[in-house]
Write a new protein. Structure first.
Lengths: 1027, 389
């Protein structure tokens, strides 16, 4: 498994999307300040693969979502072998998780493998061969935890080791086994109790007894049913006879009652006859009553008409009074109209009056303004006069200052013209001096040179003498060499000359050989000759060089002397020029020229400087005078202007006053005219009010006339109505009396006493019908009772059944039925008992089986619970696994440290063996920083490997080491970085999580987590760019 | 023109508790004096100036002092980064050292981007130097290549090396001394014990045939044993300044002095080996305590590894040896081979249920029922499942 690319967004501090491309990373540091989120990068990888976040439990993992984000999204591409996978996981704040696992196919596009949370995680476990916990243990090396483990007090080590090796799983297993065995113990006990308490004596024979009893009951049941049926038939006959007997008695009773009712029926018949007589008289009674009612109504109407007439009369009188009052008021209208006419005349003049008043106001204001202006102008004249006086004084002062400056303009001009000439003069004077100095210097140099030339001449002579001497020496040496050579040759030949033999050269017979001469050594002579030759050559060369040098120097000396005389002539020329210029200047200056000594051009410069100063003072004073004069002129002009304007304002004011007085008189006249007509402030409003008053009076008059006319009409109508109603009331009363008379005659003829008797005899139709029906029914009932009595007597004869007789028969029948029911119930109960007994038998078998199983499980769990105790299997495994771990780690350590350190584990402690120090061993808590690091790294690496081996996982091509050091001393730092470099064997990707800058800087590749305000970003540094 | 070739200083190296800065100082003093005395025109350093990317200040001081001294003496100097150096830091240092004519190349670059230089001596002779610093496999081969076919990745690395050599040696001229510098491991060269192993694995070696045939001299760095590489041009590893590990005990450490003159391309220079002076020897001894005591005076100078043959363990051996010779770095006790009791230990990497089966057999003297083992596995799955969720 090798991560290829990681994108994370919304996880803890990685609020914004962060990406890391792992493809080019091999050995790198993951670095950043504490709390920046170094470990969160690993969390993201593990979350992508397994959907859980290390160190955070499952329920609260949504709290790892960044603040202000509603989801975390992680996309991880990773390689396993030659396959590339991509897993995308999204976890929302509401806990909903989405996942997609894809594999890249040959065409390079991703194909979905799973998109369900459970199946995807299962596939990941299948692909990697590791679950989440094992993956974390194998990929993220808890080097720091081992380091702590090595340094921890002995009593803490065992529990740390248990955690590191994940042995707590066995403690959980033991607890579970114990829990299960306790449950099983309870189950076994209760099963046993159940079997003894509830199922004792239960077997097949008990069931067989029940079956026989059931057969007996079935047999007796048939006999009982037969008897019951016979009794039922007898009962039916007895019931029929008993019912007829009862009816006969009832009919006899009824006939006696009917005979008692016959007298009452006759009375009813008489009532019906009287009612028939009374009925035709009723219309007459009603007609008479109606006539009297009509008369009464007419009388009442006549009274009402009279009352209305009285009301109308009162009203008319009131309206007539009102009309009279209105007519009196109408007489004032004429007077009011005259006053309105006068007011309208006054109103016409009001605008003129207002205009006049406004004009007067304006004129008054203008006059006031003119007066103010007049005052201001007078003040201006005063101040202009004062300014003139002041400026006069300033002009005077400036004139005095200019005179005091002592400036001489003539001299100034003269000196300015002479200045250029003076400057030239100065330059010429300096040039003359320089030339003179140069001349002296060169003269001295020429003298020196001449001395050197003389010296050289001496040297040349000496060289010539040395050369001559060397030449002589050489000639002597040459001669000596020749002599030596010839002597040696002679001696050589002499050796060959033997007496009596021929000379080998001249063929003459040798008489006696010449005596051997002492010959000098030829080589020495040759050396002397060579030395002499070299010496001569050197001496001659020296002489030649000296001569050449002398010649050169002499020529130079000559040239220098010529140069000197030219320089002398030039000097004299310049000095003459200086004298002439000086004379010219003196002439120009004439009397103003300085009398004392000193250089004229310096004097000119000084004078010019002095003049410049006084010229400036003079110029300033003149400028001030001019300014003061200007100001005085201005003040005079201002005075004149102010005086002119003052005159204008006075004329204007006088005219204005005249106009105003005329206007005032006209206004007073107008106001008097108005006051003659009215005292009111607003005549127009008064006129309006008077006109309104006139309109009101006219309207009132009209309304009163109309009201009086209307009241008079209403009175006439009411009088007519009263007359008509009185007549009709009289007619109605006469008609009523006539009808009453004819009614009374008819009553007498019908035989009734009076009207009341008739009304009493009257019966309504419904009552008549009811009475007739009652009479009819009585007659029918009497007849029916007689017929039924005869019928029943014939049917019964003398067979009559009493209540007691019937009750006895009924009791017999009930008893027989009950016996049958009882037998049936007994049969059913027996059948149920048999079924239950059979079921219990089956259950008994099951329970026995269950007991057997529980006992077996109890045995196994008790065994495991005992074995898994921490002093038994756990201790064994701790020892076993840890021994194995130390053994593997030891081999790794030897490699990592180039055969220096290995590990030994005994007496419950890890010891480091130092092969560089005669196999000295050190107990783990006395190790140095470097040794602790190496040991813990070796243990962590081995643990990773063992975890993978134990589950047969795929090869993990990536490692993350959490170094977990607080600080590193330089020695340890160097050791750590050297060792880490050695880890990257076989192209494995190694990431080292560190917050120590020195350690980080040992890595060319760095993944830096940068902490910002409230969030972090990731940056990859140091990927080598291609050459 | 006279040229000195030095290499692999590893300044600031910590080794068995030593930093050996005194020795480094002495050797560099000797080398600097040589350069001054012999009026050397050009000094080549073929990489691994420092031991680590983040060297101690004392080491930096020694190196800087040398660079300034050589530059002041009138010699030009060229340095390339080795696998131990931080290339970016060396590039940064170059900005200053160029003030004294010392040019440092940290990261590999093409001739066009400053990978080669023309140096002119005060006599007017010209040299062209093509410099190829160490290129990590990661710089030239991506992890993807690695994950795919390792063999192809190796070929790619060698190919990149060839391309770089071809590009850089394109700057060679007829009228100059042509020099090539590289920090790499060439196939067939010999290495000692002190090189960083991961980089010198044969896998990442470059081919000697890739070296430019037009060079008058090829200055190589990376291997600590001074040696000539058997190839058509004069190509040499200068080796380290001092013996860096006991594997190099007895080895003479030298630098090369090359005399070369401008002329046609490929005209070889004359090479002379000069020993470094000032380093202490490393000594690998095998001796009993008695022998050591007798010969102690012969071993007062140098750093020593002693292997002491023993018949039985001596817990005080380390102290005894170090009392005799304070300059002993490593004491190895050599005991007769003891046959460790072959414990009936089970194979490593057993699954938990396997461990339990073993325990059961040992504890109850009988093999566990299958039911027991199944129950164990169930409980285990259940308990580790709790881990997962």
């Amino acid at each position: 498994m090798r991560p290829v690319h990681l994108a994370v967004e919304g996880l803890a501090c990685f609020r914004e999307r962060q990406q890391i491309d792992f493809r080019l990373l091999e050995l790198f540091a993951i670095s950043g300040p504490t709390g920046a989120g170094k470990s969160t990068l690993l969390d993201a990888i593990i979350f992508a693969l397994y959907g859980e976040i290390p160190r955070v439990n499952f329920q609260s993992r949504t709290e790892m979502i960044s603040a202000a984000r509603d989801r975390v999204t992680v996309v991880l591409d990773f390689d396993v072998g030659a396959s590339r996978y991509r897993i995308t996981r999204v976890l929302r704040r509401n806990g909903v998780q989405m996942v997609r696992l894809e594999e890249r196919d040959a065409s390079g596009s991703f194909r979905s493998l799973a998109d369900q949370v459970r199946t995807a995680t299962d596939r990941v476990v299948q692909i990697l061969g590791l679950g989440a916990a094992a993956f974390m243990q194998a990929v993220v090396l808890p080097q720091g935890e081992f380091a702590r483990f090595l340094k921890a007090p002995p009593r803490d080590r065992r529990s740390m080791l248990r955690t590191l090796l994940r042995l707590d799983v066995y403690e959980r297993m033991r607890e579970q086994a114990q829990r299960l065995s306790a449950l099983e113990k309870v189950a076994v006990d209760s099963l046993r109790k159940l079997l003894t308490d509830e199922y004792a004596g239960l077997d097949e024979s008990a069931v067989a007894g029940l079956v026989a009893e059931q057969a007996e009951v079935v047999e007796s049941l048939a006999t009982l049913r037969q008897r019951r049926d016979v009794i039922q038939v007898a009962l039916a006959r007895a019931q029929s006879l008993h019912a007829k007997t009862r009816e006969l008695r009832q009919v006899e009773t009824r006939r006696v009652a009917l005979q008692k009712q016959a007298k009452q029926v006759k009375v009813e018949q008489a009532r019906i006859e009287a009612a028939a007589r009374a009925a035709p008289l009723l219309p007459l009674l009603d007609e008479a009553a109606r006539a009297f009612g009509a008369a009464k109504t007419a009388t009442h109407a006549a009274e009402e008409a009279k009352a209305r007439k009285d009301v109308a009369q009162q009203e008319w009188q009131a309206k007539a009074g009102a009309l009279e009052a209105a007519e009196r008021a109408g007489k004032t209208i004429q007077m009011l109209r005259v006053q309105v006419g006068r007011l309208h005349q006054v109103i016409g003049r009001l605008p003129e009056q207002e205009q006049l008043a406004a004009t007067l106001d304006r004129q008054t204001q203008e006059a006031a303004a003119l007066k103010d202006q007049r005052t201001a102008l007078a003040a201006a004249v005063e101040s202009a006069l004062a300014a003139q006086a002041k400026q006069e004084g300033a002009v005077h002062a400036a004139r005095q200052a200019a005179a005091a400056s002592g400036y001489d303009p003539e001299l100034d001009e003269l000196l300015q013209t002479e200045r250029d000439r003076a400057v030239e003069l100065g330059a010429a004077r300096r040039a003359a001096a320089e030339r003179r100095a140069e001349l002296a210097r060169k003269l001295e140099a020429a003298t020196e040179h001449a001395r050197e030339v003389a010296l050289l001449k001496k040297r040349v002579e000496s060289a010539r003498r040395t050369a001559a001497k060397a030449k002589r020496g050489f000639e002597a040496a040459e001669e000596a060499l020749h002599l030596a050579v010839s002597l040696n040759e002679a001696n050589h030949l002499r050796e060959k000359l033997l007496p009596g033999q021929r000379c080998p050269v001249c063929e003459q017979l040798v008489d006696t050989p010449p005596a051997i001469q002492l010959a000098p050594e030829v080589e020495a002579a040759r050396a002397a000759y060579r030395a002499a030759r070299d010496k001569r050559a050197d001496a001659e060369a020296l002489a030649r060089r000296s001569e050449a040098a002398l010649t050169g120097e002499e020529a130079q000396l000559l040239a220098a002397r010529q140069g000197l005389s030219e320089l002398e002539a030039r000097c004299a020329e310049i000095e003459a020029g200086v004298a002439a210029a000086e004379a010219a200047i003196f002439q120009t200056l004439d009397a103003r020229a300085p009398q004392g000594g000193g250089v004229i051009e310096a004097w000119i410069e000084r004078r010019i400087a002095a003049l410049a100063k006084s010229r400036k003072v003079n110029a300033d004073a003149q400028a001030q005078q001019a300014a003061a004069e200007g100001a005085r002129e201005k003040a005079m002009a201002a005075e004149t202007t102010a005086r002119e304007r003052l005159g204008e304002k006075k004329t204007l004011l006088m005219r204005l006053e005249k106009e105003r007085r005329a206007g005032l008189r006209r206004l007073q006249a107008l106001q008097a005219a108005v006051r003659a007509v009215t005292r009111s402030a607003d005549p127009a409003a008064e006129a309006g009010a008077l006109e309104e008053q006139i309109r009101q009076i006219e309207a009132n008059l009209k309304a009163a006339a109309e009201a009086a006319a209307s009241a008079r009409n209403r009175l006439a109508t009411a009088e007519e109505a009263q007359r008509l109603t009185a007549e009709s009331a009289l007619t109605a009363l006469e008609a009523a009396l006539k009808r009453a008379q004819s009614r009374d005659q008819e009553i007498e003829r019908a035989g009734f006493e009076n009207e009341a008797a008739i009304r009493k005899a009257l019966l309504d139709k419904a009552t008549v019908n009811r009475l007739e029906e009652q009479v009819q029914r009585h007659l029918q009932d009497a007849h029916a009772a007689d017929a039924r009595l005869a019928e029943l007597g014939a049917e019964l004869g003398d067979e009559r059944v009493s209540d007691q007789q019937l009750a006895a028969v009924e009791k017999l029948a009930v008893n027989a039925t009950a016996e049958v029911e009882t037998a049936l119930g007994r049969e059913k109960r027996l059948e149920e008992q048999i079924r239950r007994a059979r079921e219990r038998l089956e259950r008994l078998q099951e329970l026995r089986e269950e007991l057997r199983r529980e006992e077996a499980a109890l045995h196994v769990h008790e065994l495991l619970a005992a074995d898994l105790r921490n002093d038994r299997f756990q201790a064994y495994l701790l020892q076993e696994v840890f021994t194995e771990l130390v053994r593997g780690a030891s081999a790794r350590l030897l490699t990592l440290t180039e055969e220096r350190y290995s590990l030994r584990f005994n007496d419950d402690a890890i010891r480091v063996v130092d092969h560089d120090n005669a196999d000295e061993t050190r107990i783990s808590d006395t190790l140095s920083g470097g040794e602790t690091f190496l040991t813990s790294l070796a243990l962590a690496l081995e643990l990773s490997d063992q975890v993978q081996r134990a589950v047969g996982a795929v090869n993990l091509d990536s490692l993350f080491i959490d170094e977990g050091f607080g600080t590193l001393d330089p020695d340890t730092l160097s050791l750590v970085s050297e060792t880490l470099q050695n880890l990257r064997i076989g192209g494995r990707m190694v990431g080292v999580i560190t917050h120590i800058p020195e350690l980080r800087d040992e890595f060319a590749q760095q993944v830096i987590v940068i902490k910002h305000q409230g969030y972090s970003t990731v940056e990859v540094r140091g990927l080598a760019e291609p050459a | 023109m006279r040229i000195v070739h030095t290499s692999d200083w590893h300044a600031g190296r910590r080794w068995k508790g030593l930093q050996r800065l005194d020795e480094l100082e002495a050797v560099l003093e000797h080398l600097a004096a040589f350069v001054e005395r012999e009026s050397i025109d050009l000094v080549l350093h073929s990489g691994d100036v420092f031991e680590s990317r983040n060297p101690p200040a004392e080491a930096e001081q020694l190196v800087n002092r040398f660079l300034v001294r050589v530059g002041r003496a009138g010699a030009h100097m060229l340095v390339i980064a080795g696998n131990h150096d931080d290339p970016a830091r060396l590039d940064a240092r170059s900005l200053l050292t160029e003030l004294v004519n010392v040019k440092i190349v940290g990261r590999p670059r093409s001739a066009a981007r400053g990978g080669s230089f023309v140096v002119e001596t005060h006599r007017g002779e010209k040299a062209v130097v093509a410099a190829l610093p160490f290129a990590s496999p990661g710089a030239w081969v991506s992890a993807l290549d690695l994950a795919g076919d390792e063999e192809a990745a190796r070929r790619k690395y060698a190919r990149m090396f060839e391309l770089a050599v071809r590009d850089l040696s394109g700057a060679f001229r007829r009228d100059a001394v042509n020099l090539f510098m590289a920090h790499t491991h060439l196939e067939g060269a010999l290495f000692g014990e002190s090189e960083r192993r991961v980089h010198i694995a044969e896998d990442w070696a470059a081919s000697p045939q890739a070296l430019p045939s037009a060079a008058s001299y090829v200055a190589l760095g990376h291997l600590h044993k001074p040696q000539q590489v058997d190839v058509g041009v004069p190509a040499y590893y200068a080796g380290s300044l001092i013996q860096l590990d006991f594997g190099e005990a007895g080895e003479e450490k030298t630098f090369n002095v090359i005399t070369a003159s401008p002329g046609r391309l490929g005209k070889p220079g004359m090479v002379e080996k000069v020993p470094y002076e000032g380093g202490l020897p490393l000594i690998d001894l095998r001796a009993s305590l008695a022998e050591l005591e007798a010969a102690a005076d012969r071993y007062r100078k140098g750093w020593i590894r002693v292997t002491v043959p023993l018949t039985k363990a001596d817990p005080d051996l380390n102290r005894k040896v170090r009392d005799l010779l304070p300059n002993v770095l490593v004491v190895r006790a050599e005991l007769p081979e003891v046959e460790e009791p072959a414990e009936s230990r089970l194979e490593t990497g057993l699954p938990p249920v396997g461990h339990y089966a073993a325990y059961h057999f040992r504890e109850h003297a009988q093999a566990a029922d299958l039911a027991v083992l199944d129950t164990f596995q169930d409980l285990y799955d259940q308990a580790s499942g709790e881990d997962q969720l």
